[in-house]
Design a binder for this molecule. Structure first.
Ligand code: NAI
Length: 257
């Protein structure tokens, strides 16, 4: 394992399970001190702290609901205060709600957009203000989805949020480059995490999905974390405004007739 993040501090939102957890562990393995986040501190948070401390890294869990603008701004400020600085922001927390378009409630629309877009927008803004004030470089990775690019019927708000994230990243890459801040998206395909539990329980649906994935397997959280680590590192020093798909070929697959 490389040591690309020695003396770096990373905040990963929504990191007490799934992809976020894997990102936090991967960055810690490569030397970063970690700020974990979730809505509530739970048992898994405690276990993760122990695991990261065992690697010899500093780690702190900050409970915050990133769908709330005030809370996400406070999360960034608190994260900076914990170890005195912040280098890497991974906006991972996200959720989806399934419904036919004509059944989507305002409440479900708001929770999806506030978590997947608004919270990220203002979290990035708080991080950029900090970098600007302290004249520090920074790197931002947003957990997007293949659905910033391809359709997902019955998940219209989710697609709207990830599609907007695509353009947010393209736009900010231009605006933030002079500040020495890079921003990129990682777009997972179908990854084995609790978000996909229904799908994983449904053999028939799972088979259909695998037919659309040229590599014929679900992604692992570690597959995603490896790309996040690359984008967060100086090795990606000339990469900004991009989306890296981690999808086994799903997005642009073509079924030969
Ligand atoms: P997950 O549901 O396993 O984990 C999401 C984490 O975010 C949970 O710990 C949850 O508590 C936290 N979270 C949700 N809302 C929050 C809030 N308001 N404040 C703080 N924490 C909050 O999901 P998974 O699969 O690990 O997804 C992570 C990201 O990856 C999401 O943005 C999702 O859209 C994206 N993604 C996942 C895919 C998959 O197949 N698993 C595919 C494409 C994208």
């Amino acid at each position: 394992m490389m040591n690309r993040f020695e003396n770096k501090i990373a905040l990963v939102t929504g990191s007490s399970q799934g992809i976020g957890e894997a990102c936090a562990l991967r960055l810690a393995k490569e030397g970063a001190d970690i700020i974990l986040n979730g809505r509530k501190f739970d048992e898994r948070g405690e276990e993760l702290i122990a695991e990261i401390e065992k690697m010899g890294r500093r780690v702190k869990f900050l409970a915050a609901d990133v769908s709330k603008t005030k809370d996400v701004i406070k999360l960034i400020d608190d994260a900076v205060a914990v170890f005195g600085s912040l280098d890497i922001l991974v906006n991972n927390a996200g959720l989806e709600k399934k419904a036919d378009f004509w059944e989507v409630t305002e409440e479900d629309y708001d929770i999806v957009m506030d978590t997947n877009l608004k919270g990220i927008f203002f979290g990035i803004q708080a991080f950029v203000k900090y970098c600007k004030r302290e004249k520090r470089a920074g790197t931002i990775i947003n957990m997007s989805s293949v659905h910033e690019e391809i359709v997902f019927p019955h998940f219209s708000a989710y697609c709207a949020s990830k599609g907007a994230m695509k353009m947010l990243t393209r736009n900010l890459a231009t605006e933030l480059a002079p500040l020495n801040i890079r921003i990129n998206n990682v777009a997972p395909g179908a990854v084995t995490t609790p978000i996909n539990q229904d799908l994983l329980n449904n053999k028939e649906q799972l088979e259909k999905l695998l037919d659309n994935i040229p590599m014929r397997r679900m992604g692992k959280v570690e597959d995603v974390a490896a790309v996040v680590a690359f984008l967060a590192s100086d090795e990606a020093g000339y990469v900004t405004g991009s989306t890296y798909f981690v999808d086994g070929g799903l997005t642009y697959h073509y079924e030969e007739q």
